[in-house]
Design a protein around this ligand. Structure first.
Ligand code: ZN
Length: 277
């Protein structure tokens, strides 16, 4: 997409999770994509019009990329189209001949157009916490963020105002790897004066590790999730606790059974042996 110009945007519904911005197709048509980036769980395309297209995949959003002209090179430019056209909600056509289709079964995703200047202050990004794969994430930072907090560790890690971009799966996995109980108060990783305990360093390290492994494995795929090329990610095979209720804990030498509890309406999976209270 970088360097390509939108030739046509087919918006097939008025809304996803939220309404599309006014005149969405018209504001994109003719615009060139200057840069692509990510902030938290948002994909960001900076446009030649001075606006940025912000895209959030919600739970089941996915982009399918098709290259419509020229030599089709499997694995390089050609991707199988989505399997459920009913859920294709936006189709972007580019002057390169590429077509990018947004498919979203549950429609928790959304898109917006905001001025590129002052992007950090826009309603989507204002107040977002640190990037979990950025330099800022460390034992010291976690201790400073969680100091004195009685909210459960699970909730604190999912709080996008503290750390932006960590979701349910990776929080469960990181807590398991760090040997921390999901219901323990977040403040346990810090001393009274806000200094990191060993658990803070361990947690920071495991958050990075689990995310890096997931990226290397092509991301996670859950049921109706799929990759841009239509294939499934493989990281789910590497889950130690997530979605494994009643199964033996996968940690070497552990005889525990994975348990499931519900915290703030979301399932938490953990091993009480690896993660004692
Ligand atoms: Zn275990």
């Amino acid at each position: 997409m970088v360097g390509a110009r939108f030739t046509k945007v087919d918006q097939r519904r008025a809304d996803l999770r939220f309404p599309f911005p006014p005149r969405f197709p018209a504001r994109l048509a003719g615009a060139r994509v200057e840069a692509l980036s990510r902030r938290a769980k948002y994909l960001v395309a900076d446009l030649s019009t001075g606006e940025s297209l912000i895209m959030h995949l919600g739970m089941t959003g996915r982009f399918t990329v098709e290259h419509a002209h020229g030599v089709i090179t499997p694995g390089e430019f050609h991707y199988a189209p989505g399997t459920m056209p009913l859920h294709d909600h936006v189709v972007f056509d580019f002057d390169t001949g590429a077509r990018v289709t947004y498919n979203d079964v549950r429609r928790f995703g959304y898109m917006d157009l905001v001025p590129s200047t002052g992007l950090a202050a826009c309603k989507h990004f204002a107040g977002l916490g640190i990037e979990p794969l950025g330099n800022a994430l460390s034992g010291e930072t976690l201790a400073a963020l969680f100091r004195g907090k009685i909210a459960p560790l699970k909730a604190a890690l999912l709080d996008q105002r503290l750390i932006a971009g960590l979701g349910n799966i990776y929080v469960c996995e990181a807590l398991h790897r760090a040997g921390l109980h999901p219901e323990a108060p977040a403040g346990i990783v810090a001393t009274r004066t806000g200094r990191p305990r060993a658990s803070a360093h361990r947690l920071a390290q495991e958050i990075r590790a689990v995310l890096n492994e997931a990226v290397a494995a092509g991301g996670s795929t859950l049921r109706d999730f799929a990759h841009a090329d239509g294939s499934l990610g493989y990281f789910q095979h590497g889950f130690k606790v997530y979605d494994r209720e009643g199964e033996p804990c996968a940690a070497p030498g552990c005889s525990g059974i994975v348990e499931r509890i519900v915290q703030s309406g979301r399932s938490t999976f953990y091993c009480a042996r690896c993660q004692p209270r």
